[in-house]
Design a protein around this ligand. Structure first.
Ligand code: KIV
Length: 266
C-alpha cells in the first residue's frame, strides 16, 4: 500500500479508478482501531452497521439504530487524520420516506463529521439516493448481497442474478452515488458491474475485478471466530492473542507476580 499523508477525498475515489490504483477500505467502530487503520494508510474507513454483529454480538444488523451509528461514527471520525470516513445508514432509516432519509443522513453527517453515508439497495432506492445527492449528501451505494435484507434473501448467500445486480448498479450510478460496494457476487459479475458503471466499485466477496476492496475489521484481524466467510482473509489471529495476554495476566495476579515493584508506587 502506498502511504500518502494528504487526506483521501471524494475526488480521490474517481482519480484512483482512473489511475488503476486500488481503493483500500476497512470497517472501523472505535477510536484506537480507527487510528491504527488510518496510520496504516487505509484510504476509507467504513463505520459499518456490521457492528450489530461484530460489536453488539447480534445475529444480524437489523437492530442497529441511527444513534448507534452516530455513537461509533464520532469515535472513528475523531481518530481518522487521512482516511475518508463513511457511515452506514441502518435498517429502516431511509426506507420510510425520502424526508426521513434526508433527516437521518443529515444527522449522521452533522453529528459525526463523516464524509459520506452508505445505504443498501439499487433500483428501489434510486429515487431516495437522487434526493440525497441533490441535497449535497455524498452517498455510497451497496448492491449484490444487502445484509439488511437478509430475512427476505433467506440468508447471507452469494447473489447470482446478474441482470438484477447490473440493473441495481446502473440505477445507483444514475441516481448519483460516488461509489458503490458490491457484496458477495461471482467474481465475473463483480468485474461486469465494474465495467458497466463509471463510478468506483468496492468489492467484498466480489472478486479482484473491482476498483477497491473492503473487509470487516474483525474478520481481517481474526477477532470474529463464530464465522469465517470464504471471501474474507485473516491477517492476524487476535482472538488468540487476547486470550493469551489475558490468561497470562490472570496467572500473574493469582500467583502474586503482578503487580511487581515496577508497577507499584513508593
Ligand atoms: O456493514 C458493513 O460492514 C458493510 C460491509 C460489509 C461492506 O456494509
Amino acid at each position: 500500500m502506498t502511504r500518502d499523508d494528504k487526506p483521501f477525498t471524494l475526488d480521490d475515489f474517481s482519480k484512483a479508478r482512473a489511475n488503476g490504483r486500488k481503493i483500500v477500505m476497512v470497517t472501523a467502530y472505535d477510536h484506537p482501531m480507527a487510528r491504527c487503520l488510518d496510520e496504516a494508510g487505509v484510504d476509507c474507513l467504513l463505520v459499518g452497521d456490521s457492528l450489530g454483529m461484530v460489536v453488539q454480538g447480534k445475529a444480524d444488523s437489523l437492530s442497529v439504530t441511527v444513534d448507534d451509528m452516530i455513537y461509533h461514527g464520532k469515535m472513528v471520525r475523531a481518530a481518522a487524520r487521512r482516511a475518508f470516513v463513511v457511515v452506514d445508514m441502518p435498517f429502516l432509516s431511509y426506507h420510510i420516506s425520502d424526508e426521513d432519509a434526508l433527516r437521518n443522513a443529515g444527522r449522521i453527517l452533522r453529528e459525526t463529521g463523516a464524509n459520506a453515508v452508505k445505504l443498501e439497495g439499487g433500483q428501489s432506492r434510486a429515487g431516495t439516493v437522487a434526493r440525497m445527492a441533490d441535497a449535497g449528501i455524498p452517498v455510497m451505494g451497496h448492491v449484490g448481497l444487502t445484509p439488511q435484507s437478509v430475512r427476505r434473501l433467506g440468508g447471507f448467500k452469494v447473489q447470482r442474478d446478474a441482470d438484477a445486480v447490473l440493473a441495481d448498479a446502473k440505477a445507483l450510478e444514475e441516481a448519483g452515488v460516488f461509489s458503490m460496494v458490491v457484496e458477495c457476487v461471482p467474481a465475473g459479475l463483480g468485474h461486469r458491474v465494474t465495467s458497466v458503471v463509471a463510478v468506483p466499485t468496492i468489492g467484498i466477496g466480489a472478486g479482484p475485478g473491482c476498483d477497491g476492496q473492503v473487509l470487516v475489521l474483525h474478520d481481517l484481524l481474526g477477532l470474529e471466530e463464530s464465522m469465517r466467510p470464504k471471501f474474507s482473509k485473516r491477517y492476524a489471529e487476535m482472538a488468540s492473542l487476547v486470550r493469551d495476554a489475558a490468561g497470562r495476566y490472570a496467572a500473574e495476579v493469582r500467583s502474586g507476580e503482578f503487580p511487581g515493584e515496577g508497577n507499584s508506587f513508593r
